[in-house]
Design a binder for this molecule. Structure first.
Ligand code: ATP
Ligand code: MG
Length: 622
């Protein structure tokens, strides 16, 4: 492992300079870190410039990072919204307290991990704005080098640790069958039974462990176990397995190993080699903490690791209503084609959320607001994510008119007012109502316009102020019109809505207020409007907790989670680039699809917009 590096400024957050120093809501993890810093709990730590064992760090410099946290995804799937919370938490704690956050691919399991997932995780991390964690991103001069690590690079040390435990009598090779091991583990109220192999000598255990490593024994024929206490009230302390034999090709180390460490053994070692101070994980790992501490204490005694060891802290995982956050289940949705892929805009993966139009700012705002607590079981309402999106995107989203369910409106007296049926009247509107500096958009009103089918009622229900015979409304940014009726096809369906334009009522002119109306409707000109595919999304599951009580989550898939409509949109939208955000007036927030949308300027493009969310929470009363 590499030699100590020059002291560097702490913090791998080059971007942080831009974030205003708003007070952060406190949480129990902040309290722990503040107390640790105050007591100097980590003051004497040294850093060898790269991950390494005890002597490596002892020979290094005084650690320039006040604390070290890590985000350790297992590359066996795409990151999801829960991971966004975890990375936000680890990164922002490090940033706030003069520390650094490590990105660590926890790739010790050879079976499920693939390069595709490593790539997708790096892309998601970069998109979220944490690119200072990535080794191949341009770094700000003077900031510390990025900490992007692969746990599989620690296999040599892990094996050395296993040999040390074995030689010291803290580990033994067990040849019981998996069934015998399970039966002898006992259960909650019953102590376990010692394995008949538990009292082999350290020398014998070491010899057999080496044979395991050298491929002399069959997969599954034996395992290495820590020797702790088969009667412990914590089942995780009843001689947990730490190494198994598995002939599998690993994406990083190839066929070098035929034995692999168990996650519960590997993870504390990864933290220790990286000099992590605060190892933050979700509550499921609470029962693993005693083994985590036991293991690091043993190895510190043996001089393999330095003190103080990392400490593990647990918080309640993020659960979001109507959302699944298990990678295994998300994989099932993809593999069984219930969605179009990992980045289907209905997926809670970061790739899916991105494609749907959620922004990094909105996800971080959501993560922060969802809170960090010691207890689990809480569910965060999906509406909070949409609220965060609206808040983050509203100040920037350019406005546009779009008609999602178009029907033609004909202004019968057009030539009487404007001299010819072909006349097109230029109209303008602000790109953003509160940001005049963003400029204006322009489009044309003509004899024929597209309006929403639902804006016309032959017999208006009570409280309906839009088009019905005899009623006046304003075409937004245009003129006041008076509805005269509609034409119908042979089956009695409305074909075309008819109206008269009222002269001298154009928006922005002195005559605009001469006629009072109760309704304003959005529209798109037939002459200059553009056709666009608009994808309207709804929740993927009909139940708030899709897999509650062991229910098959596939049984509550929402069959109406995607509706595709052919809409008409304002002409300016031919300039939209993939991932541009818009507010379609009256309809909500939309994004140009990052894969299927292409600008139409050259006449070749295809306009495709995804609805992210409506203007208000439409689920509030459902
Ligand atoms: P899954 O069960 O979906 O595979 P995981 O927890 O096994 O998820 P990892 O890749 O091991 O996924 O997780 C990386 C980090 O993200 C871990 O520290 C984990 O605790 C955290 N994390 C995963 N899911 C959530 C969640 N829903 N809320 C908060 N943190 C999470
Ligand atoms: Mg995991």
């Amino acid at each position: 492992m590499s030699s100590p590096s020059e002291p560097a400024k702490t913090g791998n957050a080059a971007k942080s300079a831009k974030t205003p120093d708003a007070p952060k809501p406190s949480n129990f993890l902040r309290h722990i870190i503040e107390a640790d810093l105050e007591n100097g709990a980590y003051a004497g730590r040294r850093w060898g410039g790269a991950p390494g064992d005890g002597p490596h760090h002892a020979a290094g410099i005084s650690d320039p990072a006040k604390i070290r946290t890590r985000f350790p995804p297992e590359p066996n799937g795409y990151l999801h919204i829960g991971h966004a919370k975890s990375i936000w938490l680890n990164f922002s704690l490090a940033e706030q307290y003069g520390g650094v956050c490590h990105l660590r691919f926890d790739d010790t399991n050879p079976e499920k991990e693939e390069q595709e997932y490593v790539d997708s995780i790096r892309e998601a991390v970069k998109w979220l704005g944490y690119d200072t964690l990535l080794a191949d991103q341009p770094q700000q001069p003077g900031t510390e080098q990025p900490h992007e690590y692969f746990a599989s690079n620690y296999f040599d040390f892990m094996y050395r640790a296993a040999e040390y435990l074995t030689e010291s009598g803290y580990a033994y090779v067990d040849e019981q069958t998996p069934e015998q091991m399970r039966a002898n583990r006992g259960d909650f109220g019953t102590p376990g039974t010692n394995s008949p192999f538990r009292d082999r000598t350290p020398a014998d255990n070491l010899r057999i462990l080496r044979e395991m490593r050298d491929g002399k024994h069959a997969d599954g024929s034996m395992v290495l176990r820590a020797k702790i206490d088969m009667a412990s009230p914590n089942i995780n302390m009843r001689d947990p397995t730490i190494y198994r034999i598995r002939r599998a090709t690993h994406h990083n180390t190839g066929d070098k190993w035929c034995i692999y460490p168990m996650y519960t053994f590997a993870h504390p070692l990864e933290d220790a080699l990286e000099q992590i101070t605060h190892s933050i994980c979700t509550l499921e790992f609470e029962d693993q903490r005693p083994f985590y501490d036991w293991l690091l204490e043993r190895l510190a005694e043996g001089g393999l690791l330095t003190a103080p060891p990392p400490r593990q802290y647990e918080f309640g995982r993020l659960n979001v209503g109507h959302v699944i956050t298990s990678k295994r289940k998300l994989r099932q949705l993809v593999e069984e084609n219930h969605v179009s892929g990992w980045d289907d805009p209905r997926m809670p993966t970061l790739a899916g959320l991105r494609r749907r139009g959620y922004t990094p700012e909105s996800l971080k705002l959501f993560a922060e607001r969802s809170g960090v607590t010691k207890t689990g079981g809480a569910w965060t309402d999906y509406a909070a994510l949409d609220a965060a999106l609206r808040e983050a995107v509203d100040p920037k989203a350019v406005r546009a008119m779009a008609v999602l369910e178009p029907i033609k409106l004909v202004l019968e007296n057009w030539s009487e007012v404007f001299g010819s049926d072909e006349h097109l009247e230029p109209c303008v509107a602000p790109r953003h109502p509160h940001h005049p500096e963003m400029g204006q958009r322009s489009f044309k009103l003509g004899k024929e316009v597209w309006i929403e089918r639902t804006d016309y009622e032959e017999t208006p229900p009570k409280g309906f102020f839009r088009l019905f015979p005899g009623n006046k409304v304003r075409l937004k940014y245009g003129y006041v019109i008076e509805c005269t009726g509609a034409t119908k096809d042979a089956a009695g369906n409305i074909e075309t809505v008819l109206a008269k334009i009222i002269a001298d009522t154009k928006s922005g002119t002195p005559g605009a207020d001469s006629v009072k109306v109760k309704g304003v409707i959005t529209w798109v000109g037939v002459a200059d409007g553009k056709s666009a595919e608009v994808r309207l999304y709804d929740r993927l599951f009909t139940e708030e907790q899709p897999d509650a009580g062991g229910r098959d989550f596939l049984s509550v898939l929402n069959p109406g989670s995607l509706t595709i409509v052919q809409a008409m949109v304002e002409p300016d939208l031919i300039n939209a680039a993939p991932e541009d955000h818009f507010q379609f007036e009256r309809h909500g927030f939309f994004v140009a699809d990052r894969h299927d949308h292409s600008s139409e300027q050259n006449g070749q493009g295809r306009l495709v917009f995804n609805r992210i969310t409506g203007l208000k929470d439409s689920w509030a009363n459902k």
